[in-house]
Design a protein around this ligand. Structure first.
Ligand code: NAP
Length: 306
């Protein structure tokens, strides 16, 4: 039976990825959209809130994807789980770790499906890199995640607000990849956050993890080419590099052949399985690392706004 979907939060990622991935997957049918300021191009009924949708279409929706900014997700997801709907959360799934754990507990008690999708975990380099690294011991890890915020997030004021994540809105993608690659938990030992004056979220951050040579650098002030790179070395001497956000894999200097870049089709293929099994799949590790970072970070203020 087709899974009748509603998209809640019809912004950039809903238009460029979720709507096309739903349309391309015969397991799903898009039946409604929730968007407080309208979505004339959605091609399905549009509602101002989930409450209005549920009132107008009782029993006509099976699942929702939340592609709003993270700060508003918990309340909407809790309402959806309460209505018996399967829930797919864009990344980062919630504004806090506690909110995420609360939703897991609620979905478990209700017996409903909850999927926190980290799209970068479906980048083509991730599964082969994880297979290469299985059973290996880590000698070093260097995350280098830099881009121009004015190019990638124009007009998105929410990213600078409390719960907006700042540079971690994209940086958490790297942490989600590492979580998929490494069995061990990364423990944040030292962190610096650079916060633009008058704003609440960082424009740049550096982290040092416990163990030797384990670092991460995130920066939204990059004016040149983006760097979305994760380089790992193993104690056996192997060097594994995921470049371009996981679109490329280089092992011991040699480029590896990979499948196509199809993160969102893969997310919906997985979601269909989870919906049918009423299952919960949530990787909390990226949120745990960010929560730990917030607890121990040294903060500096900058006049630089990217
Ligand atoms: P965006 O373009 O600002 O879109 C967010 C949308 O959420 C807007 O359409 C907004 O509607 C809607 N919204 C806000 N509050 C809402 C509420 N209470 N109920 C329903 N809708 C609400 O942001 P985005 O770039 O798509 O990012 C959204 C999420 O996707 C973020 O968590 C981001 O990390 C993730 N993501 C983004 C990208 C990307 O390339 N942009 C890639 C992967 C993941 P109004 O405009 O009508 O207020």
């Amino acid at each position: 039976m087709t899974i009748r979907m509603a998209i809640i939060g019809y912004g950039k990622i809903a238009r460029t990825e979720h709507a096309p991935a739903i349309a391309a997957n015969p397991d799903f049918e898009l039946v409604a959209v929730v968007s407080p300021h309208g979505a004339a191009d959605a091609g399905v009924p549009v509602f101002a809130s989930l409450t209005a949708l549920l009132a107008a279409m009782p029993g006509e929706v099976d699942a929702v994807v939340l592609s709003t900014p993270p700060r508003v997700r918990r309340a909407i997801a809790a309402q959806a789980i309460g209505a018996g709907l399967a829930v797919l959360l864009e990344k980062p799934p919630t504004a806090t770790l506690g909110e995420l754990q609360g939703l897991i507990a609620q979905a478990r008690a209700a017996g409903t499906c909850l999927f926190a999708a980290w799209h970068s975990q479906y980048a083509p380099a991730v599964a082969p890199a994880a297979a290469l690294l299985a059973g290996e011991q880590l000698a070093s890890l260097a995350i280098d995640w830099r881009e121009d915020v004015t190019k990638w997030h124009p007009g998105q004021d929410w990213i600078w607000e409390e719960g907006g994540f700042g540079v971690f809105d994209t940086g958490v993608n790297a942490l989600s990849i590492v979580s998929a690659l490494l069995p061990e938990r990364l423990v944040v030992e030292e962190a610096q956050l650079v916060i633009p004056a008058g704003r609440q979220a960082p424009i740049a951050a550096t982290l040092r993890f416990a163990g030797r040579n384990r670092t991460a650098r995130f920066d939204w002030r990059e004016k040149g080419e983006e760097a979305w790179s994760i380089r790992l070395a193993t104690r056996s001497g192997r060097e594994v590099a995921l470049e371009a956000g996981g679109a490329r894999l280089v092992v011991d200097g040699a480029e590896q052949p990979l499948g196509p870049f199809a993160e969102y089709p893969a997310i919906y293929a997985r979601f269909a399985q989870l919906v049918r099994a009423c299952a919960i799949e949530v990787d909390c590790e990226p949120m745990r690392i960010l929560a730990d970072t917030a607890l121990i970070a040294r903060r500096t203020v900058t006049g630089d706004r990217g």
